[in-house]
Design a protein around this ligand. Structure first.
Ligand SMILES: Nc1ncnc2c1ncn2[C@@H]1O[C@H](COP(=O)(O)OP(=O)(O)OP(=O)(O)O)[C@@H](O)[C@H]1O
Length: 229
């Protein structure tokens, strides 16, 4: 598909708190193309999570448009937005949120089955992803039987299971040591480049930004190119 994967157009998001109104996104613009890996850095409280939640259709802004593969997502009803989220977006979080009572293969296969893929095909896809992640023989292990880095690779495989067009990652390697961080991130990059997805990664880890095509930061609610001092 040609055209940008994700377009945020004039996004406004203001939190209303007891202390008054807190504008976080102000006419924010973003365009992400297929195969593009974009980092989002900036101080705590600058609005990174708000931006990711907006792009991931988890939060509804007061103004603007979220276009995903040309679909005007905010004009959809809840059911339509949920379908777009399930079919087109993969999420990776700092803490993996794997289901502890299910093994690695089933954790990866689950979103596929929820999306209507038959069990056998979902299991085959899960196994293929485990192989890419270097975890071919770990499918039957539960998260508690795996290291932090292995669990995070399972979580990335789960996020990529339904071939998302957009991957949203919030501190995807936040709780990992530097060596595991590089390994996990390299795997994420490899998969994303192969699949041609677009990726938006919020991180405090500047070492990771060397792998990115562009690095942005939020300044007064607007995205600007990040320039190291
Ligand atoms: N639900 C909410 N209600 C009120 N204020 C909120 C809410 N969520 C976030 N905020 C405020 O909005 C601002 C942006 O928060 P956000 O979580 O997007 O920042 P962040 O850049 O992701 O921070 P961090 O790096 O610490 O995760 C902060 O000042 C935060 O306190």
């Amino acid at each position: 598909m040609s055209g940008p994967v994700l377009e945020l157009i004039g996004i406004d998001r203001t939190y209303r708190t007891e202390a008054g109104e807190l504008p976080v996104l102000r006419g924010t613009e973003l365009r992400l193309n297929a195969g593009e890996l974009v980092g989002l850095v900036g101080p705590s409280g600058s609005g990174k999570s708000t931006l990711l939640h907006t792009a991931g259709l988890l939060e509804r802004p007061e103004g603007g448009k979220v276009m995903l593969d040309g679909i005007d997502c905010l004009s959809l009803d809840d059911k339509g937005r949920t379908a777009v989220r399930r079919n087109k977006i993969g999420f990776v979080y700092q803490f993996h949120h794997l289901l502890p009572e299910f093994n690695a293969a089933d954790n990866i296969a689950m979103p596929l089955m929820i999306a209507g893929v038959k069990k056998k095909a979902a299991r085959e896809k899960a196994q293929a992803l485990l192989e890419v992640m270097g975890l071919a023989d770990r499918g039957h292990h539960q998260p508690g039987q795996m290291s932090g880095g292995e669990q995070q690779r399972v979580a990335i495989a789960r996020a990529l299971a339904n071939d998302p067009r957009l991957v949203i990652a919030d501190e995807p390697t936040g709780n990992l040591d530097p060596v595991t961080t590089e390994r996990v991130f390299a795997t994420l990059i490899k998969m994303v480049r192969n699949e041609g997805a677009a990726v938006l990664v919020a991180t405090h880890n500047f070492a990771l930004t060397q792998h990115m095509d562009r690095v942005l930061t939020l300044q007064d609610g607007q995205l600007v190119d990040y320039k190291p001092e």
